[in-house]
Design a protein around this ligand. Structure first.
Ligand SMILES: Cc1cc2nc3c(=O)[nH]c(=O)nc-3n(C[C@H](O)[C@H](O)[C@H](O)COP(=O)(O)OP(=O)(O)OC[C@H]3O[C@@H](n4cnc5c(N)ncnc54)[C@H](O)[C@@H]3O)c2cc1C
Ligand SMILES: NC(=O)c1ccc[n+]([C@@H]2O[C@H](COP(=O)([O-])OP(=O)(O)OC[C@H]3O[C@@H](n4cnc5c(N)ncnc54)[C@H](OP(=O)(O)O)[C@@H]3O)[C@@H](O)[C@H]2O)c1
Length: 446
């Protein structure tokens, strides 16, 4: 049978999906509503798919944040330890250029609807320049990203000042001289609080629980490289060692006026930030408890403290969203996500998810390995286990980390365990740094 494969998105996950399909001589086309490769890493001051801001740098270090087929040394040996959004955009675009992906991408094309017909057929409706087209494909690869649809919190009362989500935060300048309240303890919240505090009249950060803040460097080395030394240890032991190191180096949250941490390391997605604690101790960011209610421009906190703010920035995460599927077909926006290796569906064998996991580490090295496994299956070199339904359930009941039950914690994996599990399924020679390609099939147009 001749396969015809559709890929949604050419962010860091979609490009490696496309590359690895093409490497195996498969007929694949990728659709992206953007006009370039890079997904979330195409910074724009205007409203767009991207949620990065002017000063965003990656939070995992470069050697743990690269494709094996095209490393940072292959791209630019002088790339920073923690590259900026712009360096990353250029890295992803260089990957797409090196592996000749551009002729296989249809830019400015929104995937509107995907209808599963049977195990060999999809009807996919796209829209470009207002014109809708429905085409038939054999397989669908979903790599539409999971950090673009803002999730807002709900509180009693109404806030009458400016109220935005971190997705809309582009730079600090508009908040000069304002009183800003940031909600959340994830990476967006801590970055946004640090950035606004440089120019605001006052910045406060509201946490509903205690978080450990992990610095970007320990002993002159990126902290994930330090943690990597213990990757062979069980997750619980690693967590304990991380906790100990953080306690010795930084002390307890109490010293900073922050909520104490009550859960073990890994119970929440890690927050990596070098400046938040410094800003707090310099009086630039004020720690606050959870919000009880809004009263006009006033915010009432859990402990009764009441303060007036000009702006509230909800850095409260994103929905997992697949608007091109009917809700009664697939809806992972809440609850469990039972997929084997976070990519194989228990029932639809011609559907793959690439990059839809939240590692304690970087997404695209795992997405690259998922893509290689997908391609191996499609060319008949790998067979999915016959007990796939059971394995999907097992991933849900036996996660790498036991995490607090909040919406963001449904797709977490440990970076090292996930990479190991994927590599176990791949042939030894899975690297393909200089693939030799067949000529373009005629069906592909740009
Ligand atoms: C501020 C911020 C910082 C981050 N920092 C890190 C980090 O340090 N490390 C890390 O690993 N991750 C980080 N992330 C997570 C981020 O999601 C990943 O880095 C990465 O962008 C995931 O790649 P992706 O290709 O899966 O998704 P995306 O980069 O989101 O790309 C998805 C692509 O799909 C396209 N698309 C979506 N829907 C459609 C549709 N219906 N039709 C056509 N095209 C569509 C989009 O236009 C986009 O190009 C960060 C996220 C944010 C918000
Ligand atoms: N490279 C970078 O510098 C960078 C910057 C920003 C983001 N990122 C990445 O982007 C992804 C998204 O990060 P994010 O920080 O935007 O979102 P996130 O990780 O989902 O964090 C959301 C935060 O908001 C809190 N929250 C959610 N709902 C709330 C509510 N109703 N009331 C109060 N608090 C609430 C969460 O609390 P709980 O702990 O209770 O869930 C959590 O602290 C992550 O992968 C992150 O690593 C990276």
């Amino acid at each position: 049978m001749n396969y015809k494969i559709a890929v949604i998105g050419v962010g860091p996950s979609g490009i490696t999906a496309l590359k690895n399909l093409l490497d195996q001589g498969l007929d694949a086309v990728a659709f992206d509503r953007n006009t370039e490769v890079g997904g979330n890493w195409i910074y724009s001051e205007k409203e767009s798919h991207s949620s990065v801001f002017e000063t965003t740098h990656i939070i995992s270090s470069k050697t743990l944040s690269q494709y094996e087929d095209f490393t940072f040394d292959d791209f630019d040996p002088e790339a920073a330890d923690y590259p900026s959004h712009d360096e990353l955009r250029r890295y992803f675009q260089a990957y797409a250029a090196k592996f000749e992906l551009y002729p296989h991408i249809r830019f400015g094309t929104l995937v509107k609807h995907c209808e599963w017909v049977d195990q060999h057929t999809w009807h996919i409706t796209t829209e470009k320049d207002g014109i809708e087209v429905t085409e038939t494909f054999t397989h669908l690869v979903v790599s539409n990203g999971h950090h673009w649809k803002p999730r807002y919190p709900e509180y009693p009362g109404t806030f009458e000042g400016e109220y935005i989500h971190s997705h809309h935060f582009k730079k600090a300048a508009p908040f000069a001289g304002k009183r800003v309240l940031v909600i959340g303890g994830g990476n967006s919240a801590c970055d946004v609080a640090v950035e606004t505090s440089r120019v605001s009249a006052m910045t406060a950060i509201s946490w509903r629980r205690g978080y450990r803040i992990v610095p970007k460097f320990f002993f002159g080395k990126p902290s994930d490289k330090v943690a990597e030394q213990t990757k062979w240890l069980p997750v619980k032991v690693r967590g304990f060692l991380n906790q100990l190191l953080l306690k010795v180096m930084l002390g307890d949250n109490k010293a900073y006026g922050l909520r104490p941490v009550t859960e073990p390391f890994g119970s929440t997605h890690p927050t990596i930030n070098d400046e938040l604690l410094h800003k707090i101790r310099h009086g630039k960011v004020k720690p606050r408890l959870d919000i009880k209610r809004f009263e006009g421009k006033k915010v009432v906190f859990e402990d009764g403290k009441t303060e007036e703010y000009d702006t509230v920035i909800a850095c409260t995460g994103y929905w997992l969203s697949h608007p091109f599927f009917d809700k009664n077909f697939i809806d992972y926006s809440s609850g469990q996500v039972p997929l084997y290796l976070k990519m194989f569906h228990p029932e639809y064998s011609n559907l793959y998810f690439i990059g839809m996991f939240q590692p304690l580490g970087c997404i695209w090295p795992g997405a690259e390995l998922q893509s290689k496994l997908m391609a191996q299956e499609l060319v008949g070199n790998w067979k999915r286990p016959s007990n796939i339904k059971e394995l999907c359930e097992r991933e849900v009941t036996h996660p790498h980390y036991k995490q607090v039950n909040t919406p963001r914690h449904t797709i977490t994996v440990d970076f090292h365990l996930f990479v190991k599990a994927l590599k176990k399924e791949l042939p030894k020679n899975y690297l393909s740094k200089n693939p030799v390609r067949k000529p373009l099939p005629e069906t592909v147009s740009s």
